[in-house]
Design a protein around this ligand. Structure first.
Ligand code: NAD
Ligand code: TYD
Length: 351
């Protein structure tokens, strides 16, 4: 094998698409998926590639220094693509400490392991940290997040991601670790856990349950199809400049309420329901604490320097996503039958 790359969080939503992209595209790379399989990790996401000769799975909790060190003793690691994280804002409001442990301590454990393993030979090594646009806070209309926008995290989730971004840059500056960071907007697509807006709404519409819209539904997010994020990660891992940051986004802003109306139309058509029937499920509920109003990414640097652009429109991506969920009902039923029931009750009971 030419290179060994650890992909952390590879059993999660975005990670599984990145693992698939790398395993299929680079048969000469050994891809090691490092994942603790929390509620968000799901081996079913990787069934199609799990027997490939260039793929390995390691069940490791990155918050445990010894487990991370053992990984670096077992493999001659050339690169790390770090996606493992606690990723849901509502859960971070309910339990911030888990976010500090995985997102901050877990990231620093990985950085320390790289620092020691690579101390005599940094050539050809790379630590790629996958981050979020939420570190920049909320942005006014007409303005966009660029790579130099000052950090202003406003939820425990975004504060933990911002902290980990700072550690990654600090290890580059202090120890010379070759790093690259990308900050991406909201992703959607197949395999997303149904705690996030789009899959939760698809699942509720299918089951004729209320679609909970926080506040007035006027908050704005910039949505990107997950496969386009995975393509950007491939490009940045191979061609991004060491020490640099790249913003990734779909140039695709929607208020939550407009997005849900579009989703309802797609669902009515796919389920053969009367036009307008899914929209009747829309229910306005108590707003999220500290709810960021608008995220909007300027991905011009990535487009200009590395030639990336999204491959699908939002309408195409949403259609693919809805089709995937409707054709993979077992996947979502397996998830929503267990501890999800309690999560849902706890999260939505007082709204
Ligand atoms: P996810 O919640 O679907 O998956 C996270 C994965 O990390 C899971 O497989 C989980 O088992 C694993 N994990 C969690 N804690 C771990 C630990 N202590 N040790 C080892 N593995 C652990 O997340 P996602 O939506 O795929 O996001 C992946 C990354 O991308 C995160 O770093 C997130 O901050 C970032 N990101 C996500 C979005 C988005 O819209 N989902 C947007 C921008 C950036
Ligand atoms: P989410 O998918 O949780 O992503 P993030 O908070 O990281 O942007 O939420 C997307 C938007 O949808 C956000 O403005 C919160 C809102 N939202 C709802 O209105 N209802 C819901 O049930 C959820 C989960 C989110």
């Amino acid at each position: 094998m030419q290179k060994t790359i650890l992909i952390t969080g590879g059993a999660g939503f975005i990670g599984s698409h990145v693992v698939r992209e790398f395993v299929n595209k680079y048969p000469n790379y050994l891809i090691v998926n490092v994942d603790w399989l929390t509620y968000a990790g799901n081996m079913e996401n990787l069934q199609d590639i799990e027997n490939k000769p260039n793929y390995r799975f390691e069940k490791v909790d990155i918050t445990y220094q010894k487990e991370v060190e053992a990984l670096f003793e077992k493999y001659q690691v050339d690169g790390v693509i770090h996606l493992a994280a606690e990723s849901h804002v509502d859960r971070s409001i309910a339990n911030p400490m888990a976010f500090i442990m995985t997102n901050v301590v877990g990231t620093v454990n990985l950085l320390n392991a790289c620092r020691h393993a690579w101390k005599d030979a940094l050539e050809g090594k790379r630590f790629y940290h996958i981050s979020t646009d939420e570190v920049y806070g909320s942005v006014d209309h007409g303005e966009f997040f660029v790579e130099t926008t000052a950090y202003d995290p406003r939820s425990p989730y975004s504060a933990s991601k911002a902290s980990s971004d700072h550690f990654v840059r600090a290890y580059h500056n202090t120890y010379g670790i070759p790093v690259v960071i990308s900050n991406c907007s909201n992703n959607y697509g197949p395999n997303q856990f149904p705690e996030k807006l789009i899959p939760l709404s698809i699942n509720n519409i299918r089951n004729n349950k209320a679609i909970p819209i926080y506040g007035k539904g006027e908050n704005i997010r910039d949505w990107l199809f997950v496969i386009d994020h995975a393509r950007a990660i491939d490009l940045i891992y191979h061609k991004g400049t060491s020490g640099d940051t790249y913003n990734i986004g779909g140039n695709n802003e929607w208020t939550n309420i407009d997005l849900i109306h579009l989703l309802c139309e797609v669902m009515d058509e796919k389920l053969g329901r009367k036009k307008g029937s899914s929209a009747k499920l829309i229910t306005f509920v108590k707003d999220r604490a500290g709810h960021d109003h608008r995220y909007a990414i300027d991905s011009g640097k990535l487009q200009r320097e590395l030639g990336w652009s999204p491959s699908v429109t939002f309408e195409q991506g949403l259609e693919k996503t809805v089709s995937w969920y409707l054709n993979n009902q077992e996947w979502i039923d397996n998830i929503t039958s267990g501890s999800y029931v309690k999560y849902y009750e706890d999260q939505y009971k007082d709204r």
